[in-house]
Design a binder for this molecule. Sequence first.
Ligand SMILES: NC(=O)c1ccc[n+]([C@@H]2O[C@H](COP(=O)([O-])OP(=O)(O)OC[C@H]3O[C@@H](n4cnc5c(N)ncnc54)[C@H](O)[C@@H]3O)[C@@H](O)[C@H]2O)c1
Ligand SMILES: [Zn+2]
Length: 367
Amino acid sequence: MDAQEEDRTERIIDRLGYPVVIGEDVIGALRTWFATTEKRRVVVLADAHPPVAQRAHAVCAALANLDAPVLVPLGEKRKHLSTVADVYDFLARKGVARDTLVLGIGGGVASDLFGFAAATYMRGVPYAHIATSLVAMVDAAIGGKTGVNLPYGKNLVGTFTDPQAVFCDLFALETLPYRHIREGLAEVVKAAIIEGGEFFEMLEELAPFSFVDWPWLRIVEAAVDLKSMIVCDDRLEHGDRALLNLGHTFGHALERASDYRITHGAGVALGLRAAGLLALRTGRFSKAEHFRVLALLALLGMPLRTTVPAQAIADAMFHDKKKRAGVLRFVLPRAIGDVDFGVRVSNKQLLATLSQLGREPEQPSSR
Ligand SMILES: NC(=O)c1ccc[n+]([C@@H]2O[C@H](COP(=O)([O-])OP(=O)(O)OC[C@H]3O[C@@H](n4cnc5c(N)ncnc54)[C@H](O)[C@@H]3O)[C@@H](O)[C@H]2O)c1
Ligand SMILES: [Zn+2]
């Protein structure tokens, strides 16, 4: 990488038909975007969690065309239709119409819920998002999926609606607690396994260092680049987009079987180990590459072992499968940088893999 590349402070990825702006200076980026797009009234909604609310106030105060943000208490437990109804009430009271831009600020819950409210209010008003969590930057805010949970399950109501723009606010990462950085990192590692090459090597090089010193612009850029490339080819999730589920069939089952004590990020990390094990067992992956993935996950402090019994994980997987009336298909690596989707395996291979998850991670020297 040359010095000019190193000095960049902002990157715009435009592949999806709307800009994804990644940088520390969100205020400057918004100013430029407002100046170059049609003038419209803007209403701002933000996650009421204090560090996000504070950031939202600072952004709004710095831009003449923005009023103070309206703060909405969020969190996964509030990601449901009655919170959306509160947002509709507010939009109606404010006289929001199709010529008004709704600007949301917050993590993945905010991008899913505010995005869903904007996509459905008056059959859709324009929406833009400022992503403040790593999960939102590398995953949730990219790709146009919006939605909320029902008591029957997560993300059961939603739309595919592209935003007008997404701003990944790297400055906001300073207040994001480690446990939430780790949630996002699991998705970053997943993306790096799919992409391979320099992306994966960069993470291997950075893993021993403190996150404070990480070049977040390059990391978020690499993850957004990969996700936008895949989504661009398969916006409605009929094919390739399934690649992004690497580690997730296992992950979702682990979340459910542990009654959500295992977080999504931890489930994905365990799922990445499981996908590697199953790929080894079905003769499609090399031990050397599997160890590289495990070593990276371990350096990043990700869990690799679970006490959830194999049968309970399998039951959760089959329960999900039955609900979707389909067969279990897996996303499995052939190599770092070469991942297959739609792979069917035998129940015996699956159960043997799940039992291995209860044991210490395999070591390069073990036979
Ligand atoms: N639509 C999609 O394609 C997609 C993809 C992945 C995840 N998701 C959704 O995203 C959600 C998870 O996202 P998340 O992990 O960002 O959850 P989140 O929005 O709840 O954020 C996690 C926590 O961090 C706080 N936070 C956010 N930014 C902060 C900051 N800069 N400083 C301090 N605290 C901050 C939030 O208030 C919250 O407490 C899930 O609901 C998931 O379903 C959607
Ligand atoms: Zn995920």
